[in-house]
Design a protein around this ligand. Sequence first.
Ligand code: SAM
Ligand code: MD0
Ligand code: SF4
Length: 350
Amino acid sequence: MIKNMNYDDLDAFSKKVIKGFEFTDSDLEELLKLSKDEELEKLFYVSRKIRNYYFGNKVFLYSFIYYSTYCKNKCTFCYYNESNSITRYRLSTSDIIKTINVLKNEGIHMIDMTMGEDPYYHSNPVKLVDLIKAVKKETNLPLMISPGVIDSCVLKEIHDIGANFYALYQETYDPMLYKKLRIGQSYQKRIDARNAAKNIGFLIEDGILTGIESSVKSLVVSLRGLQKSNPDMVRSMTFVPQPGTPFENKGQNTNKMELKIISILRLLFPDRLIPASLDLEGIHGMVSRLDAGANVVTSILPNNSKLEGVVNYDRDFEVRERSAKNVISKLEHIGLRPAPQSDFNRIIGI
Ligand code: SAM
Ligand code: MD0
Ligand code: SF4
């Protein structure tokens, strides 16, 4: 399709997508197999056109607080899996509040409160509810929670307090691959938790990992799974091998598939939130992801923060450059700008 189009054709095609063009499996396979730079540039061009139609040059910014890196699970791809002997932390509520107070005035649109499946909270969810209550008292900023799979009654309490988004990534909709990634965790319960959150009134984020044992066929299955999940925000992240994990020697050391999938997600979900994570390749990587059609920058950290990321490209850096200020100045360089908070609030219905 896109391969042989000229730029007028690409403009016409982007209009078709906006009007609801439906992609067949073989269309998706063809897009996933694009490899030449000039073909990829055409795909990115169409995705940017569609993004600009819905969002103009305005981008949303989320800050990330990884408040507990303890976890009871054994995901093979994750640095924080319970078998990895690493230094872990669980921030106190007052330290979390301090961070929130720094973030409040930085120009971000939402705070993402993430943790491993920490038994401290998972076996006593009232502690999680209390924490979110304390956070909500400090700020009116919209709130995303990424606590892993939790019970729907707890989700309901957290939603009633005023949390807006529930992030829970399936990683893959290919059940065989899922089994190798999220060892010992139910595929269906993960889907059910996300659907329960949606029924309660949360907006939801779903996503897939790329560059990890996934053939083109398996990626098409995952894209179809994401369509069924129908998330308000949808992501793809390149798998980055982590020291001390079962998959430490896997991985392909290229972001090409992630960038393609960001663009394809824009074709399949034209008006949704699609993130460019700073956690994978910093500000430089943010630019390529925005060029591929993303419209949200995630994993912003307060300046000099000692908090962990999930992939942590800058784990050994002396200076971390992922503050809102760094991001905003780069956005201005490339002709983009932060959206007004009111735009974000309208999208999330508050
Ligand atoms: N513990 C919760 C959970 O697993 O749902 C919350 C953390 S969740 C936001 C962490 C996400 O980061 C995973 O779902 C996965 O998509 C991504 N991730 C973790 N390790 C990664 C790695 N090595 N490379 C790329 N993405 C990774
Ligand atoms: C990110 N580190 O956007 C964050 C994380 C969790 N909701 C998000 C994966 O890269
Ligand atoms: Fe735990 Fe989440 Fe990492 Fe899996 S991805 S090991 S659940 S922190």
